[in-house]
Structure formats: structure tokens, C-alpha cells
Design a protein around this ligand. Structure first.
Ligand SMILES: Cc1cc2nc3c(=O)[nH]c(=O)nc-3n(C[C@H](O)[C@H](O)[C@H](O)COP(=O)(O)O)c2cc1C
Length: 403
């Protein structure tokens, strides 16, 4: 339960920082104790007095203040708080946290704080997509920081796009869930495939695809948070292993096939989110192929259809979810695949766009069920879509049980 928890609320200078006042109120209303820590720049955008009124506590804004001369405030606050939520988190504060820079109250507190940290990034789309911000995000995620949002929508500049701070209610609910994790998938054995396969031509060259693995990893993380026993069979990605998930790393479709078969009999829920190569070179050269004539021919042979094989032998207590990534005739191909592979649900997405889908943070999908019904979701962050997908899978499992 969240009542009685001690929340440190860090506020940095995004235009969204006025919304942090509402977040502070939500925590207070739920019975939490809240102390606000602001960057000096944030204090230029919203008066600390606003937070003092909301929390009835002084705001910590200056590392060198003389309010309590014998108390080193960032250390005593670090001992005091149960969690540290930074909302909004600017690109700047994310960079400083990633680099361990401590030159203001929130960043100094961050380094002194050894308990769970949450950030709700807020910035313009270009700032979010900048390689520096994405690399800092990767470092923070690897360190176990919980990242909430950002969301898509209207931005302060008048543009639309990814980068809005998640709504205060959503941040609040995320924290509530952290303290009282749902056990709705309690110990269910889940197997998820993710990422691309590499079909080797010679020791250094391969055939692959643009899949980043982000959707599969997000699904694995969400399942683990719901108490499932999750194994992720992953092709090459740049993503950190999700917490509490067993990860098996593979290279080729043949290796993925072998690993899936080993676990198939004990798995209750399969999600086939990997982009598995349909074909592989008939022969992989043992040494690097040297330049020859102007043209060379590469003979390809079919890879095993992992999902189809599992679908053919599926038992009543097994639930199978597949993905269809297409560049045209999406619904028609997805429905065909759903039937052929005996899936309970297929998640179809158009991969012709560069902004969403394969390799991107966001996706827009259609859910097509074995009985024919279709629903849509997104565009939304893959992390947020993972929550929607698992809500739907849980409904499928309940319906199957009732039958
Ligand atoms: C009105 C205004 C709105 C801003 N909004 C954002 C924002 O949403 N996200 C962001 O990363 N930076 C934003 N900035 C830029 C940051 O305030 C700037 O990078 C600052 O140095 C960050 O300092 P801090 O992280 O210490 O608060 C904004 C600046 C202004 C003046």
C-alpha cells in the first residue's frame, strides 16, 4: 500500500513542471509524506511556494542553504525517502544522472539515494530522440531506474509528438503498482521470442532485419512485473535484459527453434514477437567469402516455422500469441497467419512507416482474435502497449478457463 510512504519528488525545469504540483497533491491525498526537491531552473518556472502549499513542507532547492545548519540535507533526505520520483525529468537532468554529476539539489540527492528511483521524462520530440538522450536513457534503464512515459501528444512548442510528460495520474498509478505489484500472472510460465535472427553467410556476414526487440522485451518486463515466470529467447539487440526475466541469447532461426522446442512442453503462454528469418543460406562458408566475379548467387533454404510447429501441437492449457509485421494487406495476411498457426490472438502492425513499428519506440497495432473480432491500440510507446497486450491475454486465459 502507498499510504504512509515517504516520497521524494524531484522537479526539473520542463514546461510540464506545473503538473508536478498535481502529482504532489495526489501523493499527499493518498496518505504519503512528500518532500519536494527542485532544480534552481525549475524554481524559475514554478514558485517553490506552490509545492510548499501542496505538501505543507519546505522545498529543498539549494544544497548550501542554512535552514538546518547541522543537517546535511541531501543525506538526511536520502535516508528519509522510500522512493525518489523525478517528474518532470528534463533531458539535462537525465544526462547529469547518467554521468553522475551532482551540481544541484536533485542530482546530489540522486547520488546519495540508494533506493528505487523513477523518472517521468518530458521534452520536445527531437530532444527525446537525440542520440545523447537515448544513450543516457539506456544507462539509466540498465541501472534499474523506472521510466514512466513519455507520452505522445501536443507539445509546448505547438508541435505534436512523443515527449509529453505522462499525466500525473498515470505516474501516481505506476508508483502505486510498484508498491503493490499485481500478481495476476502468478507463476504462469511464459515464453517470449524477440529481436531479429541472423542467418550467417560466412563468419562475418549475415542476413537479418530491422527488428530492435523492443516490443518483446517490453512484454517480458510487464509479464515479470505481473508475477510470471518469464523466459525471453532473444536475437541480437542493444537492449538490457529486463529485471526478473531469464534470457537465452541466440543468433539464428535454427538456434531459436531449438531453444523454443526445449521449453515448449512446460510453457503456458507463448508470445512470438521475434522477427525470424524465413530463409537462411543453404551453406555458411567457413571462411570469409572473397570478392569474385561481378555477380554471385546465394542459395537460400526455408527455416523451420517455429510458431506454426508449436501451434500445430498446442494443448488446451496453452495460449499462443503471434505478431504480423506487414507492409501491405495487413489485415488479410494477419488473419491468414492467425489461422495457419493456431494463435489465440495476433497483433498486426504495419511496418512500412519509419516513425512507428519495427525498430521504433512506438507502435500502432490491431489485435485480431481467433474468433474474428478486431481491436486497435496506439500509437503508443511499446512499454505502454505491453500493458494493453497483457490485459488482453489475461482476458483470453480467463475466457478459456470458463469454457
Ligand atoms: C519555458 C521552458 C520550457 C522548457 N521545457 C523543457 C522540457 O520540457 N524538457 C527539457 O528537457 N528542457 C526544457 N527546457 C530547457 C531546460 O529548462 C534547460 O535545459 C535547463 O538547463 C534544464 O535545467 P534543469 O534540468 O537543471 O532543470 C525548457 C526551458 C524553458 C525556458
Amino acid at each position: 500500500m502507498i499510504k504512509g510512504k515517504k516520497i521524494l519528488l524531484g522537479v526539473s525545469s520542463s514546461v510540464a513542471c506545473y503538473k508536478a504540483v498535481e502529482l504532489a497533491r495526489l501523493f499527499c491525498k493518498a496518505g504519503c509524506e512528500v518532500r519536494v526537491v527542485m532544480t534552481p531552473n525549475a524554481a524559475n518556472l514554478v514558485q517553490p511556494l506552490q509545492f510548499e502549499a501542496a505538501t505543507r513542507q519546505p522545498v529543498y532547492c539549494d544544497v548550501f542553504n542554512r535552514r538546518a545548519p547541522w543537517d546535511v540535507e541531501h543525506i538526511s533526505l536520502a535516508h528519509w525517502g522510500d522512493i525518489f520520483v523525478i517528474a518532470p525529468a528534463t533531458a539535462n537532468i537525465m544526462a547529469k544522472m547518467a554521468g553522475g554529476i551532482a551540481d544541484d539539489a536533485p542530482t546530489t540527492l540522486y547520488l546519495a539515494f540508494a533506493k528505487p528511483v523513477f523518472i517521468a521524462p518530458a521534452m520536445h520530440t527531437e530532444m527525446w530522440h537525440h542520440p545523447a538522450t537515448q544513450s543516457n536513457l539506456g544507462i539509466l534503464l540498465k541501472r534499474g531506474i523506472h521510466v514512466i512515459g513519455p507520452a505522445s501528444g501536443d507539445l509546448a512548442s505547438g508541435d505534436k509528438g512523443l515527449g509529453r510528460m505522462a499525466e500525473p495520474q498515470k505516474i501516481f498509478e505506476f508508483v502505486v503498482k510498484f508498491f503493490k505489484p499485481s500478481q495476476s500472472l502468478g507463476d504462469k510460465k511464459v515464453l517470449i521470442t524477440a529481436g531479429p535472427t541472423r542467418e550467417m553467410i560466412d563468419p562475418i556476414r549475415f542476413i537479418s532485419n530491422r527488428s530492435s526487440g523492443k516490443m518483446g522485451y517490453a512484454l517480458a518486463e510487464e509479464a515479470a512485473q505481473r508475477g510470471a515466470d518469464v523466459t525471453l529467447i532473444s536475437g541480437h539487440t542493444n537492449l538490457p535484459a529486463p529485471a526478473n526475466v531469464k534470457i537465452i541469447r541466440i543468433t539464428s532461426a535454427i538456434e531459436m527453434h531449438q531453444e523454443v522446442l526445449k521449453l515448449a512442453h512446460q510453457t503456458e503462454i507463448f508470445i512470438f514477437a521475434a522477427a525470424v528469418g524465413d530463409y537462411r543460406p543453404a551453406k555458411t562458408a567457413n571462411t570469409k567469402i572473397k570478392k569474385q566475379s561481378d555477380e554471385i548467387t546465394l542459395n537460400l533454404v526455408r527455416n523451420p516455422d517455429i510458431a506454426k510447429e508449436i501451434g500445430k501441437n498446442a494443448k488446451q492449457n496453452q495460449t499462443l500469441i503471434g505478431f504480423a509485421a506487414e507492409t501491405g494487406n495487413l489485415e488479410e495476411y494477419a488473419r491468414k497467419k492467425l489461422k495457419e498457426k493456431n494463435f489465440d490472438m495476433i497483433i498486426a502492425n504495419d511496418v512500412s512507416s519509419k516513425e512507428i513499428g519495427m525498430g521504433c519506440d512506438e507502435n500502432k497495432v490491431s489485435f485480431i482474435y481467433a474468433k474474428g473480432k478486431m481491436e486497435t491500440a496506439g500509437p503508443a510507446l511499446k512499454r505502454d502497449l505491453a500493458v494493453v497486450v497483457w490485459d488482453k491475454i489475461e482476458k483470453i486465459i480467463t475466457t478459456k478457463k470458463e469454457r
